[in-house]
Write a protein that binds this ligand. Structure first.
Ligand code: AMP
Length: 384
């Protein structure tokens, strides 16, 4: 099996959303052909790929069909068939590996893997029943968060438990034990941060600068890069991300979401073994984008520089923001500090990620001011 895929060869991507679209365009710039698997030929990545395969990502057959046309396979989402990836790996390189994807699919497996690597995580317990949950909460304490182990995203699949009186309702709300659950302590964080890290097949690691993330209603609203955090936090966050990439034996790109505590400690919350929304600033603000980095890794090549060339603020455009973005698009495009990326999605539902705006300025605080002013102008919202 050839471990290096040269331009002209085909990269296969499981998933056809916006991350797959931006991976596809990065691959096309490098001279690759791209095949993607998704639900519809109008999916964001399907619009720009060379081959579209209609398929269910959780079916092993999807990876098998991709392996027939691609020289190497990667993912743009972790919810894909692990047995499918395992079988495909007998035919072509699969990067990241099925083992890494399996861990990232399951919060409990993920936390156990992180703990085994010596990476700090919030105190947690597996939940096997209501009585055992009450018992677990005696040691974890209140407030706590109950989370589904699989399939949660954008704040879905989790319930806060403020006191013992809320335990039963939270348990019922998340399926009363019909799905795997994890309970964890609420972390009194100062900031949410993330690090995107890449590791190539030769084991070389390259981390992007730490990013500061703000969520609204569970969905990422904006990311500030570099994060306005102290040296302690920065160093610990990058070290944790590197340790995790190494510990997992990752080949690909991995986003590590973390909490920064007031004392400068960090706690890892979640992993995503693929490019990540908080890494979109790398498209225009870094020497190599996270998408190109993912393609380099899957193709068996070395990594590009992760150097950040200019501070940036990323603002997500959700369905409810799209009309204003289009109405003001020509004005937006006159601002030399602004880049607008849209994902080609036909349906603009509230909360759906339709695109993002990057605001860049050589001075970080001026960059944040510009982003604040732009967002108020665009949406009428004021930052308090
Ligand atoms: P998650 O689905 O784990 O990414 O969680 C979504 C959001 O919920 C995070 O971005 C945090 O804002 C919040 N959150 C999740 N877990 C915790 C925790 N243990 N302590 C405090 N906030 C949390």
């Amino acid at each position: 099996m050839s471990q290096v895929i040269l331009p002209g060869g085909t990269i296969g991507i499981l998933g056809a959303g916006q991350l797959g679209r931006m991976m596809t365009t990065a691959a096309k710039h490098m001279g690759y052909r791209v095949a993607v698997v998704g639900a519809s030929p109008d999916d964001p990545a399907a619009q720009v790929a060379d081959h579209f395969i209609e398929g269910d990502l959780m079916s092993p057959e999807s990876a098998a069909r991709l392996a027939r046309v691609a020289g190497a396979i990667t993912v743009e989402i972790e919810n894909v068939s692990v047995p499918g990836l395992e079988a495909a790996a007998c035919e072509v390189p699969v990067r990241p590996s099925a083992a890494v994807v399996r861990i990232a699919q399951h919060r409990l497996a993920e936390k156990q893997a992180l703990e085994a690597m010596g990476v700090p995580v919030a105190p947690f317990r597996e939940v096997t029943g209501a009585a055992q949950l009450r018992e677990a909460l005696e040691s974890i304490g209140f407030p706590a968060i109950l989370k589904t182990a699989r399939g949660g995203y954008d704040g879905k699949g989790q319930v806060r438990i403020a006191d013992p009186g809320q335990v039963e309702r939270a348990f019922e709300e998340l399926g009363a034990g019909r799905v795997d659950l994890v309970v964890e302590a609420v972390v009194p964080f100062e900031k949410e941060i993330s690090v995107v890290v890449a590791r190539d097949a030769a084991g070389r690691i390259a981390a992007y600068p730490v990013v500061e993330n703000e969520h609204r209603r569970g969905i990422l609203h904006r990311s500030i890069a570099p994060a306005r955090v102290g040296t302690n936090v920065r160093e610990r966050a990058v070290e944790a991300a590197r340790d995790i990439a190494e510990g997992l034996g990752l080949v690909g790109v991995l986003a590590v979401e973390m909490f920064a505590l007031p004392g400068g400690e960090i706690v890892v919350n979640e992993l995503a073994p693929r490019p990540h929304n908080s890494g979109h600033f790398t498209l225009d603000a870094c020497a190599t984008s996270q998408f190109e980095q993912a393609i380099r890794a899957v193709a068996g090549l070395g990594l590009g520089s992760t150097e950040q060339l200019v501070p940036a603020v990323m603002l997500n455009i959700l369905g409810e923001h799209l009309p204003a973005v289009l109405e003001k698009y020509t004005s937006l495009m006159q601002d030399p500090h602004v880049k607008v990326h849209l994902y080609g999605k036909a349906q603009a539902r509230p909360g759906r990620k339709m695109g993002h705006i990057l605001v860049m300025d050589r001075d970080l605080s001026r960059c944040v001011e510009r982003a604040d002013a732009l967002w108020s102008w665009l949406t009428g919202e004021r930052r308090d």
